[in-house]
Design a protein around this ligand. Structure first.
Ligand SMILES: [Ca+2]
Length: 205
């Protein structure tokens, strides 16, 4: 049966109970997360995003950590964010100056990274760059404060950061590993498993 979908405190599980069919549930979950990702980029709430908006998200992350966009770390983050935009716009005709609607963004993310197989080559490097920024002393561990600095750039509410951190910190150690955050991002952006911990990367869905 669908026990894995109907237990647990996520408000999304309530929504999914009314949807018939496992495949449809999975698509709804992923689209819901992609909409959240769109909102992270559309910080001004215009309803469309352009290249500068995605680079702006990268810039907010860098500012949060006091990292220059021209440092080695900073430029690798900027370059990888630019690569994501190029891949997305490439699925929509190739004009990198286009305005992307929420629906366009869903389609492009799905075409490039969910179904298109470009996640590892194009998206993961951006995730790794962000996760490594969170690990300022390079010991492989990310504390709650560093995680909060990252999520602030995404516009995540203060309390939701704590919810996200506690969900991702499966063993209750009080720290996350860089690898855990990188895996959570993959589960969030291209995963359709309703039970995946990574669904909680930005707090409750
Ligand atoms: Ca660390």
């Amino acid at each position: 049966m669908r026990a894995s979908l109907t237990k647990g405190p996520s408000p999304l599980t309530v929504i999914t109970q009314s949807v018939s069919g496992e495949a449809l549930v999975a698509i709804d979950l992923l689209n819901h997360k992609l909409d959240r990702a769109f909102d992270h980029i559309d910080a001004s709430g215009r309803g469309v995003v352009e290249r500068e908006d995605l680079l702006g998200l990268g810039a907010r992350i860098l500012v949060g950590f006091g990292e220059s966009p021209t440092s080695v770390t900073g430029s690798s983050l900027v370059d990888s964010f630019d690569g994501i935009w190029a891949a997305l716009s490439g699925t929509l005709g190739g004009d990198t100056d286009l305005d992307m609607s929420r629906e366009d963004f869903r389609k492009a993310m799905t075409a490039a990274f969910v179904e298109g197989g470009r996640y590892d080559a194009v998206f993961r490097p951006a995730v790794v760059a962000v996760a490594e920024l969170c690990d300022g002393d390079r010991d492989g561990l990310i504390g709650r404060g560093e995680f909060r600095t990252m999520l602030a750039a995404f516009g995540t509410a203060y309390d939701d950061v704590d919810v996200a951190f506690d969900r991702l910190d499966r063993t209750g150690r009080g720290v996350l590993t860089v690898e855990e955050v990188v895996l959570a991002a993959e589960e969030f952006y291209v995963g359709d498993d309703p039970a995946a911990v990574g669904n909680w990367l930005y707090g409750p869905l």
